[in-house]
Design a protein around this ligand. Sequence first.
Ligand SMILES: Cc1cc2nc3c(=O)[nH]c(=O)nc-3n(C[C@H](O)[C@H](O)[C@H](O)COP(=O)(O)OP(=O)(O)OC[C@H]3O[C@@H](n4cnc5c(N)ncnc54)[C@H](O)[C@@H]3O)c2cc1C
Length: 314
Amino acid sequence: MSSASSAPRHNSPEKWSALFSGILSPEAVIRTVEPLARRTTMRVGGPADVYVEPASEADLAQVLRVCGEHDIPWLVLGRGSNVLFRDGGYAGVVISLSQSAFARIEVAAPEINCGAGARLKDVAYQAKAAGLSGFEFMEGIPGTVGGGLRMNAGAMGGAMFDLVSLVRLMGPDGQVRGCLPAQMKVEYRRCATLKDHVAISTVLRGEPAAREEIEQRMDAFNRKRWGSQPALPSAGCMFKNPRDVSAGKLIDELGLKGTRVGGAVVSLKHGNFIVNEGNATAQDVCRLIELIRERALVERGVELDPEVEIVGRE
Ligand SMILES: Cc1cc2nc3c(=O)[nH]c(=O)nc-3n(C[C@H](O)[C@H](O)[C@H](O)COP(=O)(O)OP(=O)(O)OC[C@H]3O[C@@H](n4cnc5c(N)ncnc54)[C@H](O)[C@@H]3O)c2cc1C
């Protein structure tokens, strides 16, 4: 995700869209005022001023260059499972790597070369089919490889950067380079290097293992996940775990499960999930987040830091 620091010079979605339509390939998708709620798992939020699906790396480079030249804020959207757009929508260009050029998964054991738009679940299944272990935790995470890298997504003791050998990324100038993990800023649920760069693809390295073993591990992870995770629309865990306690346990201890603002509710099944009961607005979710943060600070002295990225206009 990135945004230019100064105010955009052209501030009309139509003007921005016209800048792209002359230079991108005919297969690229360019839309104005594109609803984003249906492109996120929380199912709330307003529209993107401009929404672009580049059809190739060359298209993506053009989009980034134009945004840079005209000070247009941009953001890469994966499957929207860790982003909350506010109700006013996104004042800039939302870029989706959902076209096939970015979705390949090529196995060359013990490595898998994955496009940033590939689904983590599909990578986990391809790894299982190839007898490669280490990818099992990805199966239940509803995001893309690019979103997984940016968030250093993890579960069940595993995380993306445990597997990364190389990331190909594109800078705001449209230049592509390969980066070793040691050259990237990676921490718990964040890769800061990808804040203003776009991950295009990555090489992930697994360990050879028997397919039955991998299958058993996946099944066990699945049972654990669905025993504790709500099925209603959400953005997954809303807060990062503070140092000494899990955020879910803390919220449970504060008696906040079931607390509601409009259509947004703290899940009864898992305290760190805010679910959308169907009619929530982004404002409902944001108010509930603030209510939880305030109670955690006042009653336990804990500052809860959202794991989910909250972006856009009020
Ligand atoms: C039900 C549920 C369960 C979940 N369980 C887990 C879990 O177990 N573990 C966990 O870690 N997370 C979990 N999540 C959160 C989420 O799925 C992960 O963070 C996931 O990796 C986000 O991927 P995405 O494609 O949806 O990214 P998005 O939500 O679309 O984007 C997330 C961030 O990544 C950036 N981004 C996306 N693509 C790129 C790219 N190509 N290059 C650079 N930046 C990019 C976006 O700009 C944004 O800043 C869960 C979410 C849900 C809804």
